[in-house]
Design a binder for this molecule. Structure first.
Ligand SMILES: Nc1nc2c(c(=O)[nH]1)N[C@H]1C(S)=C(S)[C@@H](COP(=O)(O)O)O[C@H]1N2
Ligand SMILES: [Mo]
Length: 464
């Protein structure tokens, strides 16, 4: 509903609150339940002390409804109604002086999704399309991230799909092209997997020199339990024809890239071998709830171990082919571009690099002398975590304790209990190593688009 600011003023002589009966009448009339009966939702109200001025922030279907409700205030003095918007609407619409954006058919209102994200405590990088990360101390907590606090990466507007009419189409080099409803997908054997998703650009803002792209800090990573069906089983139902080696996945979202006019869909590819190796899932649930719209409702791909760009949201089409996908987000983006020994080299972004993050202490946190716990998470796309080492103030690496279950493609909790003897700065560094023997570099290799930054994380706390 549209938002309004109401400003009511009266002269000191006519202050209605001086007359207890009139004051009480206004109080009842302006109460939230009474406003609701008039079709007005009061979000906040306040009287400016000593100035005989009252402000309301209210929602109503239109100004006429609101004005009708405000009649008793007009008797007492003046009423001024100003059309307003939330800060989220203002930023996602591009400024205070802009008219509210017309929300295109079939997509969510960017102001609403942005508002939800700010209320959940996510750090907003861009309001439209919505890109926001989890704050690093918030990574601590349960084994999974609550859905509302799971980072969001969107390239375009968020589609609003309808579960009843939704179909997943599977075509190309198959014996029997399929068009599956959500009901049919729910009837297949379900599987749940705890999987960490990390944006390939996580940590991009820490590359020096700076690189273009979303300026992620370190919180574009989260973990959830995803439930759905194994993609390979669905493909086998369709029957793979000879020569079928590759898949193209298409999301329902679309938009313009590089301002070049043509609208494209979000599309990526995987080989059939990669689908088998990763045990990729067609997921419809996240932490026991239906996927939320921003996270891909009603169906998304989850590719365990891979940077999350592979995990296509709002998946509507799979095309089986004999050649690699050449779509924009496959061919132009998500490549490491290095310069090594004066030679340009490139490689596609695939498995997540091994990485540990320190969730506690937070940067600048004050810690009392005595026993303290250094905690965090660690993950790798190449295997489970074999060890996490922690160094304090440049001292020797000490093994942290790995906490909880070890899972193939989910982060691992770790902690190190230590005694802080002296006050002053405490520089904490943490370095993970995975079962494949990979570990973290001091400084990840710079690449043109800023992917895969797994430099050793360090935070400095203050011991007091
Ligand atoms: N259809 C579609 N799928 C997508 C994207 C997108 O913009 N559109 N972004 C990708 C990228 S780059 C990331 S990091 C993850 C983010 O998933 P999340 O928003 O659920 O955290 O979704 C991936 N899947
Ligand atoms: Mo991403």
């Amino acid at each position: 509903m549209p938002l309004f600011i109401v400003h009511h003023r009266h002269s000191p002589e006519a202050c209605p609150a001086r007359d207890p009966a009139q004051g009480a009448m206004l109080l009842s009339h302006l109460s939230r339940p009474s406003a609701a009966r008039h079709g007005v939702l009061i979000k906040a109200e306040a009287v400016a002390r000593g100035s005989h001025s009252l402000f309301f922030i209210a929602e109503a279907a239109d100004e006429t409804v609101l004005q009708a409700f405000l009649a008793p205030l007009r008797h007492a003095g003046e009423v001024e109604v100003t059309a307003a918007m939330t800060c989220a609407a203002m930023v996602s619409g591009g400024g205070c002086d802009r008219r509210p954006v017309d929300v295109a058919a079939g997509v969510l209102n960017p102001a609403d999704v942005c508002q939800d994200a700010t209320e959940a405590g996510l750090l907003i990088h861009s309001a439209h399309p919505l890109n926001c990360e989890t704050s690093v101390p918030d990574l601590a907590g349960g084994a999974v991230m609550p859905n509302g606090r799971f980072y969001l990466r969107n390239h375009f507007d968020i589609p609003s799909l309808d579960e009843e009419s939704y179909r997943l189409s599977i075509g190309g080099l198959v014996e029997r092209p399929l068009s599956l409803s959500m009901r049919e997908l729910h009837n297949l054997r379900a599987e749940s997997l705890v999987v960490t998703l990390e944006c390939a650009g996580n940590g991009r803002s820490l590359f020096d020199p700076a690189v273009p792209g979303e300026a992620w800090g370190l919180g574009a990573v989260s973990t959830a339990e995803w439930t759905g069906v194994h993609l390979i089983e669905v493909l086998e139902r369709a029957g793979l024809r000879p020569g079928a080696t590759e898949l193209t996945f298409r999301g329902a979202d679309s938009g313009v890239v590089n301002g070049n006019g043509a609208t494209i869909r979000f599309e990526r590819g995987l080989s059939l071998d990669q689908v088998r190796e990763t045990k990729a899932l067609l997921a419809y649930e996240m932490n026991g709830e239906p996927l939320s719209r921003p996270h891909g409702y009603p169906l998304r791909l989850i590719v365990p171990g891979w940077y999350a760009v592979a995990s296509i949201k709002w998946l509507t089409e799979i095309v089986v082919t004999d050649r690699p996908c050449g779509a924009y987000f496959q061919a132009e983006k998500y490549w490491y571009n290095w310069v090594r020994n004066g030679q340009a080299e490139r490689a596609p972004v695939k498995l997540m690099n091994v990485r540990a993050l320190i969730s506690s202490p937070d940067e600048g946190e004050e810690l009392p002398c005595g026993e303290t716990a250094i905690r965090g998470v660690a993950w790798s796309g190449a295997g489970t975590i074999s060890r996490v080492d922690v160094s304090l103030n440049g001292g020797p690496w000490r093994a942290a304790r790995l906490v909880g279950e070890r899972r193939r493609a989910a982060w691992q909790w770790w902690e190190l209990i230590t005694r802080l003897e002296h006050s002053g700065p405490l520089a904490v560094r943490a370095r993970a190593t995975d079962m494949a023997g990979r570990t973290q570099p001091e400084h990840a290799e710079w690449n043109r688009l800023g992917y895969g930054n797994n430099s050793i994380h360090s935070v400095t706390a203050q011991v007091i």
